[in-house]
Design a protein around this ligand. Sequence first.
Ligand SMILES: O=C1O[C@H](CS(=O)(=O)O)[C@@H](O)[C@H](O)[C@H]1O
Length: 296
Amino acid sequence: MAPHDIQALGSHRCLLGESPLWHPAEQCLYAVDIPGRQVLRWREGADAPDAWPQAAEPGCIAARAGGGLLVARRDGLWALDTETGAQALVSPPPYDPARLRFNDGKVDPAGRLWVGSISDAREPEAVLYRFDAGSFAAQVTGLTTSNGLAWSPDGRRVHWSDTKAHRIYVADFDVAAGALSSPRVFAEFSLRTPGVAYGGRPDGAAMDAEGHYWAAMFEGGCLLRIAPTGEVVRRIELPAACPTMPTFGGADLRTLFVTTAREKRPAEELERQPLAGAVLQLRVDAPGLPAMLTHS
Ligand SMILES: O=C1O[C@H](CS(=O)(=O)O)[C@@H](O)[C@H](O)[C@H]1O
């Protein structure tokens, strides 16, 4: 694949794909379809993914050190045995599932799962949690759509976003303690303004080995590569208006896989953008950081 030759991974289309994960031990791609209520896995060369139906919307997944996945669903945190298909509740949710569900999540450099929630009514009642030793501890409150988690290559800075607020934040991170401090705005984007072209809002993200943060811009139809200073240094246009999250994969971690959404998009847009809902793939120069495994 030439640079910026953007293709769909097979013919599968998600309603709202999210949480792409290149499994470092299995060398294959996983993702979720949130409203489609499925965990998906693409094996090398397969057109259609394997699918594990879920009883509630899965917001994100993480690879477990002992094998299988953790699935953060509206109704709690679940273990999924990808060999047998068995599912077991690990923890109930730390919120009211009638109003919130889990959204973006990622494993920190010490193997703890961090996962945030999203408010169905898009009120600022969502929280970013750390899950460790069997319990959730709130780390950031007052969010609307917790998203965009990514650690710097040295593990000393953590980033997250609030999609509705159009902001990405950064904080110092103490790996041993699993604690963030000095949160500040990393990058911010214009809200929708009548008469002005809309650039989208920051959704899921991935970090490359050079310490640049890649943000999917929901309704902006692009990926942004953002330097550690917060400056946007590159923009890659995508053939889908609603990318939701990138992740680095392939043997050299230089293939960027990007989940996208087609749910609730206008019919004329879907006609113009037949790849909406696909997992997109493109080659990039700087490799990404491998996904961490969780010990939970
Ligand atoms: O449900 C979701 O939607 C949001 C986009 S928005 O909050 O509706 O603008 C997306 O960012 C999120 O990742 C997804 O889970």
